[in-house]
Design a protein around this ligand. Structure first.
Ligand SMILES: *Cc1c(COP(=O)(O)O)cnc(C)c1O
Length: 640
């Protein structure tokens, strides 16, 4: 609505107490003439009858504002950071300060505390850390601003703190020299505050002080190299600013679509992109041969690499535990859900992994989520391989820590990133065997770097345990190392043939996780029968190392078959990726193989990058050479 003369309307109401005028309420708007008439009544009403007291003095000022005096800015984009505590909230302020290259929060904090008694804001020179307001008692007030209104729009007569704050912040961050703003409300009932800058936008932080506290204030962070104090004050106090495109809070937003329609539309969009997932239902046990809809298939997509799920010993042990302990565990590990079977399994895994201790989680996914978020609960930096499993990524997200992604299995890049991101406490985390590419982490170099830089080292052995190393003990055996990562995570649901996840390491580590890992503490434990199955699975890997050998031989044999058919594909693990690229083509090839009786999954985005769709062949120790030969032929027919 540029081009039209408008009116600035300001209302200020106060009450005299002991000879001093106490502020009761205030408001300011920039309106068309018509809107002024309808608005002043409600402003008077608001000023005279306020919760904070009945005012005895009301000042109403109406000034004409010429069209050419007005500048327009787009409203800052609003985001919200949900935090659980003040400490977390203040950390967000620190993060913001770093984003805008301002001094650390430790340096800003004393100034923020000085603002608690001020009516206006502090203008702080971030270069010299000195205050610049001419009147330090009052501080600086930004004025002459409003949101854009269409001329027909009625002006709401209730105060909207949220909209007013965005209007103010938008004016402030557009002021010459100001690089950002920090605001904590002095309203004892209101603990949400915000930080704002042109780049960051308006970022609400849901907790910046304790409920009931009046310790609020406002700092404008000023870069004295960019403008003079006079220019800034002139802008804040005199410039007429109208803020455009302000997005209203949900309550005043226009009617939304039916939420289910939104979900349905998303499903449809996935279908269009060949990214929609549907499930096949297997009607037999997870072995190298399965049945679906009455037809038999060779299964070359399972993570049950050693084909243990139907091993007679496994079934006997599971059945025995089922009869003795029943079907469910009835509680979390820390309450009633811990049995001698759980203890025995943890002891067994620790023995198998040659570590002091072990803690079992309900799945590998939860193990990563719970362990990473617990380890990093005090802050720090995580260094994570770009191809790490989703559960690691989600663990990093849940930790809310800065996560630095390094190039896949590129130890030089890892070290470079570590040097570029100094920290007091850090974690480096990687898959041992990468779940979609089947390649192996360069563990010796990984360990060297972690030790050198004193960072926690964590590996995920989901596809390593039972698969690599001469006797299937995993990546450490594979490399013949004598140093072990601090955190050895893995799953019981793949080669072991059962269910669950684990973390092995020192007793200090597992004690810590038992006390802090929320995925451990707040979830009912797996049943004792499942523990028995896992225990049997590990015993079988130890007792029947020929299974591991058979699997490793099958890998070599199958890769040779592919090579003979013109597909130059190699792998040292049970995962053999055959990259096709196009999502639709990968699906078609998988479907054709399926029609020929071979179940081999097509893996697409988001499991792998867009345009990197692939067949993911997963071998078992029990596949026969004939089956492998035939599969290689069929695959080659489809794609060579
Ligand atoms: C499968 C997998 C997990 C998750 O383990 P679940 O027991 O299936 O939840 C974690 N990390 C990697 C690398 C995996 O492949």
């Amino acid at each position: 609505m540029s081009g039209e003369d408008l009116f600035s309307v300001k209302m200020r109401a106060s009450l005299e107490e002991d000879g001093v005028a106490r502020h009761i309420s205030g408001a300011e708007k920039i309106l068309s003439e018509r809107q002024v008439y309808s608005c002043v009544n409600s402003l008077i009403e608001r000023g005279l009858h306020h919760d904070k007291g009945e005012a005895d003095f009301l000042n109403l000022k109406i000034e004409k504002v010429k069209a050419e005096e007005i500048v327009y800015f787009d409203a800052l984009k609003v985001t919200t950071v949900d935090v659980d505590s003040c400490e977390e909230g203040l950390k967000e302020i620190d993060k913001f300060l770093r984003e805008i290259n301002a001094p650390d929060y430790t340096l800003i904090k004393p100034f923020l505390e000085e603002t608690y008694s001020m009516r206006g804001a502090m203008l702080l020179d971030v270069n010299k850390l000195i205050r610049l307001e001419p009147d330090p008692q009052r501080g600086i007030r930004a004025t002459y601003m409003d949101q854009e209104r269409s001329s027909g729009e009625l002006v709401s007569n209730s105060k909207n703190h949220y909209e007013e704050a965005i209007v103010l912040a938008t004016k402030v961050v557009n002021c010459p020299g100001i690089i950002g703003e920090i605001c904590i409300s002095d309203d004892p009932q209101y603990v949400t505050g915000y930080v704002a800058s042109k780049e960051v936008g308006y970022r609400r932080i849901t907790k910046l002080k304790e409920m009931g506290s009046e310790n609020g204030g406002r700092i404008f962070l000023f870069d004295s190299n960019k403008a003079t104090v006079e220019e800034a004050i002139e802008f804040l106090q005199k410039r007429k600013v109208i803020v455009r495109h302000l997005v209203k809070l949900a309550s005043s937003a226009p009617a939304r679509e039916d939420p289910m329609e939104t979900l349905a539309a998303y499903n449809d969009s996935l279908k269009e992109k060949n990214l929609y997932r549907s499930m096949k239902s297997i009607d037999s046990a997870q072995t190298s041969h399965i049945f679906m809809d009455g037809r038999e298939y060779v299964l070359m997509a399972s993570n049950s690499y050693l084909d243990l799920t139907t091993h007679p010993y496994m079934l006997d042990k599971t059945y025995e535990a089922l009869l003795k302990y029943g079907a469910g565990s009835g509680g979390s590990r820390l309450t009633t859900g811990n049995t001698v079977m759980h203890d025995a399994l943890e002891a067994k895994i620790a023995e198998f992994k040659n570590t002091e201790s072990c803690i079992v989680f309900n799945t590998g996914y939860v193990a990563n989520l719970a362990a990473i978020s617990a380890l990093m609960r005090g802050g720090g930096i995580i260094f994570s391989d770009e191809l790490n499993h989703a559960s690691i990524i989600d663990g990093c997200r849940l930790s809310k820590c800065k996560t630095v992604i390094y190039k896949h299995n590129d130890m030089a890049d890892l070290e470079k990133k570590i040097l570029e991101n100094p920290c007091d406490f850090g974690l480096v985390v990687s898959d041992a065997v990468f779940s979609m590419d089947g390649d192996i982490l360069n563990l010796p170099e990984f360990m060297r770097i972690c030790k050198k830089h004193r960072l926690l080292s964590m590996i995920d052995e989901a596809h390593s345990t039972g698969v690599i190393g001469k006797t299937g003990h995993g990546i450490i055996e594979h490399f013949g190392l004598d140093t072990v990562p601090d955190v050895l995570m893995g799953t019981l649901s793949k080669a072991v043939g059962g269910e669950g996840g684990y973390v092995c390491g020192s007793k200090v580590l597992t004690d810590y996780l038992r006390n802090t890992a929320r995925g451990f503490i707040f979830s009912t434990s797996l049943s004792p029968a499942v523990m028995a199955a896992n225990l049997a699975g590990i015993e079988l890997i130890q007792r029947e190392p020929e299974r591991v050998k058979a699997l490793q031989d099958n890998v070599v044999y199958f890769c040779n078959c592919l090579k003979e058919k013109g597909l130059d594909i190699s792998s040292e693990t049970a995962i053999i990726p055959i990259v096709i690229g196009d999502e639709k083509k990968a699906l078609d090839v998988s479907e054709a193989l399926f029609n020929s009786g071979f179940y081999i999954s097509a893996i697409r985005y988001p499991t792998v990058a867009r345009g990197k769709a692939r067949l993911r062949v997963a071998l078992m120790s029990s596949h026969t050479h004939e089956e492998l030969q035939r599969a290689a032929e069929l695959i080659a027919d489809q794609i060579v």
